[in-house]
Design a protein around this ligand. Structure first.
Ligand code: AHR
Length: 497
């Protein structure tokens, strides 16, 4: 039996968890949009072709904000093709697909309203620039009386969409990005676009593209250069990261949450370096607007026939993947002071918690569950957690603690939720948490995601094989919570009066 412990004290808070930490991402990629969220003729489709079965699952998942329309897709996107009665069919080079543009901004805004989520829009800074970004903003947000805002009304949306959150391009540091450019050029373009957009609406929140992943050769230098140019013009800098198990090495993979924390701390340090250099008071916050587990297949890179909505990036997730995702959610919460937005990539079918079949059912992947639980209970003040834990030596990241944990205290009723991952594959862990400073709390519930088969997954035929199950035995005695965490498990322990 492994043993780990920590102490909770409401005086030691990291900050409040922004509800936007529980965001997701819808890109025109594979079947995320077409036969994912949109499928006219599906038995559950509404009058706009929006799948109601998927909408129900999106609400259950607890998603708060959704980034759209890409991703790599946005860097060659002409937003005008997807509005109004005449939709243009185009080649979509970044994912080698046919884009029919049947679904566009208006449909997305409608879907977002029905899903109860905040839209987060990206502008194309790959093949386009300041003017097109301003045009899109005018079309989306201006109340009326101008060509583009009246055009929106003509297209059926008299009320502006009121989109506050905008990304200035996508992964502009990556050589694979259409219109990729060096940091100096992108920084100048992002700053100019931001200034022009804010002339139209000063209340916008703007995200500048940081690094596409931690291992980018330009990581750190890229952020420092673009922020030196655009510090006063933007609010958030983006981070993207995808993790996967490789070489049958689950120990390294399960440490992904710790690697993610390292990445976050590196970006915070770079932002604050620029802040110090420029002598500014404002702090740049972080938008981790693409994160997840992604098993990339070389086949996806190869030439394929041009098709509409091909099956791309349709990963089936295991219990191990779900526990790793739990660790990533813990990493985000543990940095809630600086990470203000996070989007799991993506929402449906494409590296996603929700899967669908055309004309068929929708179901929850294993990774759905930790996200839904974190989105539900990860609201309030994030308490500082410094675990005393045994460690494991990993090939990729060196030493990593076997316990990865955070705790969130609800400001209204003082209930506390402990989120904990036992990374040990070889045995359970006895967790002891000193909760004396929290007053007389008792255990309301302990739910765990675990399985005898770490490769177990949910499929169309067996959609609930992996799901959270209640666990008996956790209790608070003499001001100490004691709980047993199964081997390789994600745990949610609720404490209340
Ligand atoms: O989410 C899949 C892709 O990953 C996105 O299009 C891109 O931004 C990233 O490289």
């Amino acid at each position: 039996m492994h043993r780990a412990s920590f102490t909770l004290d409401p005086s030691f808070s990291i900050g409040s968890a922004d509800p936007r930490l529980f965001g997701s991402f819808v890109e025109h990629l594979g079947r995320c949009v077409y036969t994912g969220i949109h499928e006219p003729g599906h038995p559950t489709a509404d009058e706009h072709g929006l799948r109601r079965d998927v909408l129900d699952l999106v609400r259950e998942l607890g998603v708060t904000v959704v980034r759209y329309p890409g991703g790599n897709f946005v860097s060659g996107h002409r937003w005008e093709d997807g509005v109004g009665p005449d939709r243009r069919v185009r080649l979509e080079p970044s994912w080698r697909s046919i884009e029919t543009n049947e679904f566009g901004l208006g449909e997305f805004a409608l879907w977002a309203a029905r899903a109860g989520i905040e839209p987060m829009m990206a502008v194309n800074l790959g093949t386009r620039g300041v003017q097109e970004a301003c045009d899109l903003l005018e079309y989306a947000n201006h109340p009326g009386g101008t060509y583009l805002s009246d055009l929106r009304a003509e297209h059926g949306a008299a009320e502006p969409y009121g989109i506050r959150l905008w990304c200035l391009g996508n992964e502009m540091d990556g050589s694979w990005q259409i219109g990729h450019r060096p940091a100096a050029d992108y920084g100048t373009l992002a700053a100019a676009t931001a200034r022009a957009m804010r002339m139209i609406d000063p209340s916008l929140e703007l995200v500048i593209c940081g690094s596409s992943h931690h291992d980018m050769p330009t990581f750190g230098a890229w952020e420092a250069e673009i922020l030196t140019t655009a510090y006063d013009d933007v609010d958030h800098v983006s981070l993207h990261a995808y993790y996967r198990e490789e070489d049958d090495d689950p120990a390294s993979f399960l440490a992904s949450g710790s690697a993610m924390e390292d990445f976050i701390e590196g970006v915070v340090a770079t932002c604050d370096h620029v802040r110090a250099k420029l002598k500014r008071r404002k702090r740049i916050t972080l938008s981790f607007d693409e994160w997840n587990v992604w098993y990339m297949k070389p086949l996806e890179e190869e030439a394929r026939p041009w098709e509409k909505a091909p099956r791309l990036l349709e990963n089936t997730y295991s219990l191990t993947d779900a526990v790793a995702v739990g660790g990533m959610l813990i990493a985000l919460l543990r940095h809630a002071d600086r990470v203000k937005i996070a989007c799991q990539a993506q929402l449906v079918n494409v590296i996603a918690p929700i899967m669908t079949e055309p004309g068929g059912p929708a179901w929850r992947q294993t990774i759905f569950h930790p996200f839904a639980q974190a989105a539900r209970y990860g609201r309030g003040e994030v308490l500082r957690v410094e675990p005393v834990s045994p460690v494991v030596e990993t090939a990729k990241y060196g030493e990593a603690p076997l316990l990865h944990a955070t705790a969130v205290r609800d400001g209204d009723d003082g209930a506390v939720t402990v989120f904990a991952v036992n990374r040990a594959l070889d045995g359970p862990m006895e967790l002891t948490v000193d909760v004396r400073a929290l007053g007389g709390l008792r255990v309301l519930s302990h739910e765990t995601l675990a399985d005898d088969d770490r490769h177990a997954s949910n499929t169309r035929e067996d959609p609930d094989r992996v799901r959270p199950r209640p666990l008996e035995g956790a209790a608070v005695e003499d001001g100490r919570l004691r709980a047993t965490l199964p081997p390789l498990s994600w745990n949610v322990i609720r404490l209340g009066a």
